[in-house]
Design a protein around this ligand. Structure first.
Ligand code: ZN
Length: 132
């Protein structure tokens, strides 16, 4: 298993980690296979979406914030229930095929780490499997 460490800078953010994963695939000499990416946190997530227009991740974060407000009738007394709910909705893992030594993503797709309760130091665990 590999891991990436990210230091997030704000409360909510989406960070494109595609290049870092592709670098890891290259270092490990995998040409064809699969990459499993798992976020071991309860207030962060991973998703795949558009990388071309930075307004897309901004809209995703703003829409999640409207749907799941910071303050509501939450029971969890740590004060970050909205982040827990967002993390469950977005999800803690993605599986992507590897072809030609890199993630096989659509033209406009990137893999984004999603911070919902930053700033924090975060991990992404990655398993690469395949043939060289
Ligand atoms: Zn909490």
């Amino acid at each position: 298993m590999h891991s990436l460490t990210l230091r997030t800078a704000s409360r909510f953010e989406m960070t494109d980690i595609t290049d870092r994963i592709n670098g890891m695939i290259g270092e490990n000499g995998i040409v064809s296979g699969i990459a499993v990416m798992f976020v071991p946190h309860t207030t962060a997530a991973v998703t795949i979406n558009e990388n071309a227009d930075p307004d897309v991740p901004r809209d995703i974060l703003a829409s999640l914030d409207r749907a799941i407000p910071l303050k509501d009738r939450y029971l969890h007394d740590e004060g970050n229930s909205a982040a827990h709910v967002k993390a469950s909705l977005v999800g803690s893992s993605e599986i992507v095929l590897i072809e030609g030594g890199r993630l096989a993503l659509g033209t406009w797709q990137s893999v984004f780490f999603c911070e919902f309760d930053g700033p924090r130091t975060r991990q992404i665990w990655i398993k690469l499997a395949g043939t060289s």
